[in-house]
Design a protein around this ligand. Structure first.
Ligand code: AR6
Length: 182
């Protein structure tokens, strides 16, 4: 296992433009596409990603990818080599689903380790259609990746707007996690 922790970088941007070895998709369990990050990844990545997702549905994931799990496909025409699809939990006021959101990050890094990916870009999983409050999601995302043993050297959070970026910056400061800005 690596001797030093990976760098964690925050940046404002579109995850489909990232030159990371792997980009993480905030998918749904069907793996067959959707809106938000998922829609953008399939649009920019082209049909090879959907074809690979269909194969996964026809083989290992006949019932869909369970919440918190992660699986890799080609990245098609994206600048990345792989897309790691994970399914975030839908936010619920009456039930604490934080462990599932942490699982997404931990399992995505485990898949990246299996692939040998040195750099991984994450979106703010569950904070769009799935309604997770940004401050809470940022704390869970940052504390989980910092607490996970991984061979990945560079972890990037690609935030789509300044509100999301500010939430991750604040969470990093509150948690005392060393973060670079790009
Ligand atoms: N690059 C980076 N971040 C983005 C991009 C982008 N191109 N587009 C949106 N975001 P969401 P979820 C931000 O809804 O909440 C889909 O339909 C967005 O501002 O993509 O996990 C799936 O198929 C937000 O902060 O993912 C599922 O059904 C964050 O990415 C469902 O949505 C996540 O928003 C998953 O919902």
């Amino acid at each position: 296992m690596p001797g030093s922790a990976p760098t964690i970088t925050l940046l404002l941007g579109d995850i489909t433009e990232q030159h990371a070895e792997a980009v993480v998709n905030a998918a749904n369990s069907s793996l067959l596409g959707g809106g938000g990050v998922d829609g953008a990844i399939h649009r920019r990545g082209g049909p090879a990603i959907l074809a690979a997702c269909r194969e996964l549905r026809a083989s290992h994931y006949g019932g869909g990818l369970p919440t918190g799990h992660a699986v890799a496909t080609t990245a098609g025409n994206l600048p990345a080599r792989w897309v790691i699809h994970t399914v975030g939990p839908v936010y619920a006021v009456r039930e604490d689903r934080s462990a599932l959101l942490a699982d997404c990050h931990r399992n995505a890094l485990a898949v990246a380790d299996d692939l040998g990916a040195e750099s991984v870009a994450f979106p703010a999983i569950s904070t769009g259609v799935y309604g997770w409050p940004l401050d809470s999601a940022a704390r869970i995302a940052l504390s989980t990746v910092r607490g996970t043993e991984t061979s990945v050297r560079q972890i990037r959070f690609v935030l789509f707007d300044v509100r999301a970026l500010a939430a991750f910056e604040q969470a990093g400061a509150e948690l005392g996690i060393e973060i670079s800005r790009q």
